[in-house]
Ligand binder design. Structure first.
Ligand code: NAI
Ligand code: MG
Length: 355
């Protein structure tokens, strides 16, 4: 029987509430589909930092290296540790050192969710975000403190990095509706975005059966609100993808639903699966955190392992439970975290086909 070795990092805040119940869902689906998981828990978090002076031990990455995947909740507890220390010390360290150069973030409408859009028209899109370079670089600096101060932030776009993100987008589009939209801004950003466009024009030639389009990021942000149903796969730089995917979460109805995956393309290091939301200190300990983001993230991990049928079943269960009104507060219900997760597990175990 196939066994997947998973490094589990619940992290901080609601991460510790939504990760355990998502593991229950993974256990339930594995049992049904004849594979299994071995979960190894790592307590790395802000509490760990207070005890040890670091977010993870110095050989932490070494410990994670041999796992098939990392399943992470959320990192950050601003009351205990400053965010730049906690995030750079754990989450961003893993993303960077393990060369997780692609970030996948789907957004789609579910029946039963209250989208802030008047007519969400069953939108169903995926943003492929370049995750390791672009505008989020450490290259630059500041000089002349005070009135004459200058800050310079360099954006780094490599042909290899850009091509990889675009090829990944075409690959995903091939499994979906076959349309890739490139998020650009070559009318305003002088060097990097014309380069981005050029690379897109070259890469798209490799996929003659796909539909393609280019849209400036400002217009694209507006279209995500006015007609999100027009998009299938959107490929974007690090910053543009970051901003677009928050809109994706917002139009779904809650950030508590949005899932994400950080993919290592070479297979040299494990990929990491984590929801878009953070540790939500304002609702921690109340058993009202929405577990769907974490559970949908688990579905993405199943897809990554090629367990597509199991993954699809998890999504069907999420949809069924949402539609039947078992929902947490953030999406207009009054169910607890446990009640939502249990309903999803029950649906999977019962093997009911939705009507
Ligand atoms: P957040 O995502 O934790 O919370 C934003 C708002 O959304 C809050 O009102 C929260 O209650 C709500 N929310 C988030 N997830 C929810 C869920 N599953 N169910 C119901 N409501 C939910 O973002 P915030 O407040 O900016 O950051 C809190 C901490 O989390 C900070 O330390 C931040 O650095 C960290 N963070 C970590 C991330 C990660 O680990 N990937 C991502 C974003 C923030
Ligand atoms: Mg963001």
């Amino acid at each position: 029987m196939k066994n997947y070795k998973i490094a589990v990092i619940p992290g901080d805040g609601i991460g510790r509430e939504v990760v355990p119940v998502a593991l229950d869902v993974l256990e339930a689906i594995a049992k049904k589909h004849n594979f299994s998981f071995s979960f190894t828990q790592f307590p790395w978090s802000c509490d760990y930092y207070l005890d040890h002076g670091e977010m993870m031990p110095s050989d932490g990455l070494e410990q994670l290296k041999s796992f098939d995947a990392i399943f992470l909740g959320a990192v950050g507890d601003p009351n205990l540790v400053e965010d730049h220390i906690s995030l750079w010390g754990l989450l961003l360290k893993i993303r960077r050192e393990f060369q997780q150069s692609i970030n996948i973030r789907p957004a789609r409408y579910f029946e039963g969710l209250t989208s802030p859009l008047a007519d969400p028209k069953n939108f169903d899109l995926v943003v492929i975000r370049e995750n390791s370079e672009g505008e989020y670089s450490e290259v630059g600096g500041r000089i002349h403190k005070g009135d004459d101060e200058i800050a310079i932030q360099n954006a780094i776009f490599t042909r290899k990095g850009v091509e990889a993100a675009m090829r990944y987008a075409f690959k995903i589009a091939g499994e979906r509706r076959g349309h890739v939209t490139s998020a650009t801004k070559s009318n305003g950003i002088f060097h990097t975005m014309p380069f981005w466009d050029e690379v897109f024009d070259v890469v798209k030639e490799e996929y003659p059966n796909m539909k393609t389009s280019k849209t400036h990021i400002d217009a694209l942000a507006a279209f995500f609100i006015s007609r999100p149903e027009d998009f299938d796969v959107v490929v974007a730089s690090n910053l543009f993808g970051d901003i677009l995917t928050d809109i994706g979460g917002a139009i779904m109805g809650s950030i508590g639903i949005a899932p994400a995956a950080n993919i290592n393309l070479t297979g040299e290091y494990p990929s990491m699966f984590e929801p878009v939301h953070g540790s939500a200190p304002d609702i921690v300990g109340k058993n009202i955190a929405n577990p769907i983001g974490q559970i949908w993230t688990a579905k993405m991990m199943l897809d990554h392992f090629g367990e597509f049928e199991a993954g699809e079943e998890v999504l069907t269960a999420i949809e069924h439970v949402t539609k039947s009104g078992i929902k947490t507060l953030d999406i207009g219900g009054n169910a607890t975290t446990d009640e939502v997760a249990n309903a999803i597990c029950d649906f999977i175990k019962k093997d009911v086909t939705p009507s």
